[in-house]
Design a protein around this ligand. Sequence first.
Ligand SMILES: [Zn+2]
Length: 96
Amino acid sequence: MSEDNVRRAAEMLLQGATLLAQPCPYCSGVRVMKDGRALCSSCGSEPEKAPQTDPEPSVEQRVLGLTRQLGSTTDPALRQRIIEEITRLSDEMSPK
Ligand SMILES: [Zn+2]
């Protein structure tokens, strides 16, 4: 798995991208989707427009995506940003 692609995927998640339910058709890797574009975090391919377009990803979806990305990210600074974003989103989910 290329660290560059993992980093790109993590950056996309931090910017509001969501994790795609369907794996990459080429390598079965985890894909993230933003603005109708799907990026594979394993091979870096951007095959086609995502089949299902969800313009308003739920907070739960974003937390799930970030949590999974955390598992494949080794960069300490990036991990810190992901953790901070998960914490922020978790605050949003908790009842006011
Ligand atoms: Zn792939």
